[in-house]
Ligand binder design. Structure first.
Ligand code: DMJ
Length: 451
């Protein structure tokens, strides 16, 4: 062979080899089945050690009930995932457990927000996916027991209510808990024909929006009797997060144009004042709601939901940019901390509570862009969770992401959201088309079945 031909073949061979190495390094070996297997692993642990209780404590292998009596948090939260994963046997047992035993006629004080996002939403999606009217009867009963929270001078709800007596408590509330009800209460109205739920939840979110500062931001705590803000820190993290999410999603599910207008105004203010850049990266920190002055450079696992919402709003470039920042946060310690100071890149709260938000955003970004980068991110998330959080029994949250020390809790949102979004990321798109549904903040899919 002439020398120039030999050189050319060698060059082509090396080029080919390089391409293969690059392609294989981008290959994703996690599948929807891998996620399903881990769901089953965690579910079997719940079943063996905590069946019929709110949750499993995986390290002590003990059940945990939030209120001393079970409201079946994990089964209700996890039921629709079983349907999506086609775990027919598990779904049938869980359905029987819920329908035979769940009762809201209990003399207990509950946090309305948690009841709404985990139970009311879980029952509504169960009804829509399974069709059994008993799920809707339970949802309606719960909705009626929650309604007393709205008896305030402003229409914004109290935080706690006794399920049996209707006694309410705590006028100090936050935007997330005030605003995160319209998808669930609105759907309950549409499905029962009783408009009261929609009206109460809508009035509350509008009143909250009207309480925004002159520069268009909300704070963290507000007195629902007086309408006075008691904490003016503005951000997109816990205690505010899903208020913004529900503005845009209520537009998408109900076509509520007022919600769309409130979202449009809010996102302008959030992008103007709360968004920040550090080291060339996009972050969302904390500012004062009245002055817009930056008060801290804190971002965390809860804020990581925002790329998903930005996708729904059509701002893909910003969604992509923020997801890269979140991914950097994840990779700092091999799994994300609860909170990070992005100016120093140090964790300021070191737990990882098995949260879903960063995975939810990867899932939306993959559906919206088709970019395999988000599958690769998903693989990293899945492998880290299995590596660090898998326990002898079930999955455990981490007390400290720097030491990977496990702690004795497995929240129901690990099933409802974390594993659901991971599964949907790797499963074929027609497992659940995002065009047909709107996810609640706890990832329960709601379908518009009404005109
Ligand atoms: C869930 O209960 C919901 O997503 C809520 O909106 C806040 N975050 C937790 C999971 O992290």
């Amino acid at each position: 062979m002439p020398q120039f031909l030999f050189r050319q073949s060698l060059f082509l061979f090396l080029l080919n080899l390089l391409c293969c190495i690059t392609a294989s390094s981008q290959q994703v070996s996690v599948t929807a089945d891998s996620v399903r297997a881990e769901f089953l692993y965690a579910w079997k642990a719940y079943k063996q050690h905590a069946w019929g209780h709110d949750a499993l404590k995986p390290l002590s292998k003990r059940p945990h009930d939030w209120h001393g009596t079970s409201l079946y948090m994990t089964p209700v939260d996890a039921y629709d995932v079983m349907l999506l994963m086609k775990l027919n046997e598990e779904a049938a047992e869980t359905k029987k457990l819920i329908l035979d035993s769940l009762s809201f006629d209990r003399n207990i004080e509950v946090q309305a927000f948690e009841m709404t996002i985990r139970l009311l939403a879980g029952l509504l999606s169960a009804y829509q996916m399974d069709g059994d009217p008993r799920f809707l009867i339970l949802a309606e009963d719960l909705g009626n027991r929650l309604l007393p929270i709205y008896k305030t001078p402003t229409g914004m709800p109290y935080r706690y209510v006794n399920l049996r007596t209707g006694v309410i408590r705590d006028p100090l509330n936050n935007p997330a808990e005030i605003g995160t009800a319209l998808l669930e209460f609105g759907t309950l109205s549409k499905l029962t024909g009783n408009s009261v739920y929609y009206e109460k939840a809508k009035k509350a979110i509008v009143r909250l929006y009207e309480s925004r500062s002159p520069i268009g931001l909300v704070g963290t705590w507000i007195n629902v009797e007086t309408g006075e803000w008691t904490n003016t820190s503005s951000h997109i993290g816990g205690a505010i997060d899903s208020y913004y999410e529900y503005l845009i999603k209520s537009w998408l599910l109900f076509g509520d144009a007022e919600c769309k207008a409130m979202w449009d105004e809010s996102i302008k203010a959030v992008n103007t004042f709360v968004a920040d850049t550090s080291g060339g990266e996009l972050w969302y920190g904390r500012v004062d709601m009245n002055s817009g002055k930056r008060t801290s450079t804190t971002f965390g696992s809860l804020e990581a939901f925002f790329p998903a919402v930005l996708c729904l709003a059509g701002d893909i470039p910003r969604a992509r940019q923020l997801q890269e920042s979140s991914f950097r946060m994840w990779n700092l310690y091999g799994i994300e901390p609860e909170q990070l100071d992005y100016s120093t890149m140090n964790a300021t709260a070191r737990q990882y509570y098995l949260r879903p938000e960063i995975i939810e955003s990867a899932c939306y970004l993959y559906r919206f862009t088709g970019d395999r980068r988000y599958l690769q991110m998903g693989e990293v998330f899945f492998r880290s969770i299995v590596k660090y959080c898998k326990a002898k029994v079930g999955y455990a949250y981490l007390e400290d992401v720097t030491t990977k020390e496990q702690a004795d809790g497995m929240e129901s949102f690990f099933f409802a959201e974390t594993l659901k979004y991971l599964y949907l990321l790797f499963a074929p798109e027609d497992t659940l088309s995002f065009e047909d549904i709107v996810f609640t903040t706890e990832a329960h899919p709601l379908r518009k079945t009404w005109k």
